[in-house]
Write a protein that binds this ligand. Structure first.
Ligand SMILES: Cc1ncc(COP(=O)(O)O)c(C=O)c1O
Length: 383
């Protein structure tokens, strides 16, 4: 009874079912290899933890942080964007700390849209996007991501007359691990500007890139009508710290700050200090973390191909997105795999109808464990 229309509209998650299947495997005495959740298993860099420890001993960090207290993190974010992408932002008006990109996105939609407006969302996509859209009361129009197009949306397929308020993109992409180049962001930004649509780019995998590949920023297409969400969850293995930042269009940043002002008081100052320190670390630190995921990718992909599964070699992200020939019900397959073998994957359909026929692996275990997981999966019937 005590549920609002908006709460009731938030879609349920397949991950609760997966959790139950993992429990069944454990109860049957199997060890569980959990590749279903994209939470980094690496620790944050030591100097970052040291800054946080130090902050907890500083009584000046215990109070509510004010906007002015966020200046060091905003300045560190601006310096990072300049160093990494050559993007200049005003740390006073065009950057705002977040309690994670997920929090930032949900509040951003509340800040820049009104109920009944249209949100363009990729399909498949990170499932909380659908929850955030439901909370904001938006109409979702999905843009299919197909392997033939490198999992990039075809903006030309949006019907004439659709007046979308926001286009939400995410590259390196979860779940497909696809990447986009600057030209794509320029095209998307121009398309949005021509239609009065805000381009929101969710960018938590900015530094989780492999080999020579470096992910660009959507802000390289200009700040006007573009806002990007950054997170330290994956780039610095700080998922539990809940910290990130938004940067871009000054009007959108101001609107987000207004909504957040009614809801939260910014992250703990010690976490802000740790995040500012992390953003200023030499790039080599981030490269070392990314190399761990790259080695896992290299261990898993050949094993999946040996099973006959179709999987591209990711250039970034912490996922492998595999099409399983003959797979018609990815949820049933993933539940069966978890119960029978203890290997927990994400079913592609959990990311939207466009994900059916696929499964997603989070590369959150060492190479030997990933190889063993692939071997076990080979024993699960596909249907
Ligand atoms: C695309 C995408 N956006 C946002 C998040 C969450 O980021 P944060 O931890 O900063 O809230 C994730 C986490 O998996 C993600 O994959």
């Amino acid at each position: 009874m005590w549920v609002s229309g908006r709460a009731g509209a938030v879609p349920g998650s397949v991950f609760a079912l997966m959790d139950a299947a993992k429990g069944e495997a454990r109860a049957a005495g199997r060890s569980v290899i959990d590749l279903s959740i994209g939470s980094s298993d690496l620790p944050p860099p030591d100097p970052v933890l040291e800054v946080l420890r130090e902050a907890t001993r500083d009584a000046g960090t215990y109070r509510y942080p004010l906007f002015s207290d966020t200046a060091p993190l905003r300045e560190a974010a601006a310096a990072y964007l300049d160093r990494r992408f050559g993007v200049q932002v005003d740390a006073g008006r065009e950057v705002l700390p977040l309690i994670g990109a997920q929090e930032g996105l949900a509040h951003l939609l509340l800040a820049v849209t009104d109920p009944g407006e249209t949100l363009l969302l990729p399909d498949p996509c990170y499932p909380p996007y659908l929850g955030a859209a439901a909370v904001a009361g938006l109409n979702v129009l999905t843009l299919p991501l197909r392997s033939e197009r490198g999992f990039l949306p075809d903006l030309g397929s949006v019907p004439q007359g659709v007046q979308a308020r926001v286009l939400l993109l995410n590259y390196p992409n979860n779940p497909t691990s696809a990447v986009a180049d600057v030209a794509f962001f320029q095209e998307a930004a121009a398309w949005c500007r021509a239609r009065g649509t805000l381009l929101v780019h969710d960018h938590p995998y900015a530094e989780l890139t492999f080999g020579e590949y470096r992910a660009p920023s959507a802000l390289q297409a200009g700040l006007d009508g573009v806002i990007e969400l950054h997170s330290l969850s994956k780039t610095h293995h700080m998922g539990g710290f809940r910290v990130g930042f938004a940067a871009g269009d000054a009007g959108a940043v101001a609107a987000l700050a207004r909504v957040k002002g009614a809801i939260d008081f910014h992250a703990y100052l010690g976490i802000q200090r740790a995040a500012a320190h992390a953003l200023a670390l030499p790039d080599a630190v981030g490269r070392a973390g990314a190399a761990v995921f790259e080695a896992r990718r290299d261990a898993l992909i050949p094993e999946l191909r040996a099973l006959g599964w179709e999987v591209a070699t990711p250039q970034a992200s912490m996922y492998a997105w595999a099409r399983v020939p003959g797979l018609r019900n990815s949820v049933a397959f993933a539940l069966q795999a978890a119960r029978q073998t203890g290997v927990a994957l994400s079913p592609g359909a959990a990311f939207g109808a466009g994900g059916e026929g696929f499964v997603r692996f989070a590369l959150v275990q060492p190479p030997g464990v990933l190889r063993e997981a692939a071997r076990l999966l080979g024993t699960v019937p596909v249907s």
